[in-house]
Design a protein around this ligand. Structure first.
Ligand code: THU
Length: 164
C-alpha cells in the first residue's frame, strides 16, 4: 500500500513502483488534484480545475486555476502547480493529474499547459481525470507531438546571430 505523508509542510506519496506508477499512487494523485480543484478561483468562467504533480522524489505539489478581472491574466491549474514546484526547487516530475467538474469528459490540458509540461521533459505521465476518479493516461508526446523543447535551442543552426 502506498501512503500519503506530510513532512516539512509537503505532501509525500510513498510510491513503491519502479517505472510506472501503481494504481494506488495514481488514485491518490487524482484525489490531490480534486482537492486542489476546490481552491480554484474562477468567478468568471465558473470552471474549476485542479492539478497535482508528483515529483521524482515523491512529493506532491498542487495548483488550481486563478482567474483575474483582467481576463487574460488568468492562470491555469497545471501551470500554477508547475510554477509552484519549480520555485520550490523541483524540476523532475513523474506524473501530473488534472481534475475538473466535467462529468462526461476527461479534462484535457490546454495547449499552453501541454507546452509547459513538456518543458520539463517527455517522461511525465499525464492523467486526465473525471470527478468519479476514472482517468485516461497519456504521454506528453501524445498530447504534444513533434514538440518544441529546450533541446532545440542548442541545436546546430545555419546561422548564428552575433552576440549582443
Ligand atoms: N483551465 C485550466 O486551469 N487548465 C486547462 O488546461 C484548461 C483550462 C482553466 C483556465 C480558466 O480559468 C478556466 O479553466 C476556463 O478556461
Amino acid at each position: 500500500m502506498d501512503q500519503v505523508e506530510f513532512s516539512g509542510g509537503l505532501m509525500h506519496i510513498k510510491d513503491h513502483s519502479s517505472g510506472h506508477l501503481s494504481q494506488e499512487t495514481v488514485k491518490k494523485l487524482i484525489q490531490k488534484s480534486q482537492e486542489a480543484k476546490q481552491q480554484a478561483y474562477c468567478p468568471y468562467s465558473n470552471f474549476r480545475v485542479g492539478a497535482a504533480l508528483l515529483t521524482l522524489d515523491n512529493c506532491v505539489i498542487t495548483g488550481c486555476n486563478v482567474e483575474n478581472a483582467c481576463y487574460n491574466l488568468g492562470a491555469c491549474a497545471e501551470r500554477n502547480a508547475i510554477s509552484k514546484a519549480v520555485s520550490e526547487g523541483y524540476r523532475s516530475f513523474k506524473a501530473i493529474a488534472i481534475a475538473s467538474d466535467l462529468k462526461e469528459k476527461f479534462i484535457s490540458p490546454c495547449g499552453g499547459c501541454r507546452q509547459f509540461i513538456r518543458e520539463f521533459g517527455l517522461n511525465c505521465e499525464v492523467y486526465l481525470s473525471k470527478p468519479d476518479g476514472s482517468y485516461l493516461k497519456m504521454t506528453v508526446d501524445e498530447l504534444l507531438p513533434v514538440s518544441f523543447g529546450p533541446e532545440e535551442l542548442s541545436m546546430k543552426k545555419v546561422f548564428d546571430i552575433p552576440e549582443y
